[in-house]
Design a binder for this molecule. Sequence first.
Ligand code: NAG
Ligand code: NAG
Ligand code: NAG
Ligand code: NAG
Ligand code: NAG
Length: 175
Amino acid sequence: MGRTNGTTKLTAAMAFAFCATLIIMLPQVSAKRFIVGGSMGWTTNVNYTLWAANQTFYFGDWLFFVYDRNQNDVQEVNKTNYETCNAEHPIHNYTTGAGRDVVELNVSHDRYFISSKGSCYGGMKLHVHLTPLPPPPQAAPLKSHSSRFTVLRSQLVIPAVVAIAALWDSLLLRV
Ligand SMILES: *[C@@H]1O[C@H](CO)[C@@H](O)[C@H](O)[C@H]1NC(C)=O
Ligand SMILES: *[C@@H]1O[C@H](CO)[C@@H](O)[C@H](O)[C@H]1NC(C)=O
Ligand SMILES: *[C@@H]1O[C@H](CO)[C@@H](O)[C@H](O)[C@H]1NC(C)=O
Ligand SMILES: *[C@@H]1O[C@H](CO)[C@@H](O)[C@H](O)[C@H]1NC(C)=O
Ligand SMILES: *[C@@H]1O[C@H](CO)[C@@H](O)[C@H](O)[C@H]1NC(C)=O
């Protein structure tokens, strides 16, 4: 009896280990989280055209906007309204109210984000162009300034991002 229980437990443990190994071996996609503006965050007096030119954005990456919620916000607009700083017809209002907003780069076309609070005219506007090809294994680290972390597609991505968002205040800049 005891022997049978032991065997059952061992079998269960092996099955668990096997499943865990399978999960780990699933195809992995490398998604990067960009803090928009790096250590400056999303604020005035940063040229986001210059900042974006230094980054390589791929489909599936994430933008984290970190900013003073009393001063700014995050609106996605189209190209025309990006150029003219017109926030009257946003495609999407990403402002949640906490000064920490997350955008998944899950569509392949170019994205345009502005602050609707007047700072857009001074350059507080971000154009994200996705690099179409998957990251070449050697080229990606050269352009990386923040860590690229590996996550499993779909189910684990959202919890990972939520967990990271929860760590923002302790790990990252305060604004
Ligand atoms: C772009 O990256 C280079 C190399 O890391 C750095 O020296 C430069 O300050 C960066 N420029 C911007 C605008 O972030
Ligand atoms: C952007 O939206 C405005 C309306 O708010 C429209 O007049 C304009 O043609 C659009 N531009 C593009 C590039 O779709
Ligand atoms: C965007 O959404 C936030 C939160 O719902 C809201 O407080 C804010 O007024 C909205 N901004 C615009 C420009 O619609
Ligand atoms: C992109 O992600 C957002 C939320 O992160 C979701 O609302 C939207 O439906 C997604 N779009 C596509 C095309 O998957
Ligand atoms: C940001 O830098 C680019 C390249 O130097 C320049 O063309 C652009 O006018 C600058 N934008 C602002 C708002 O200063």
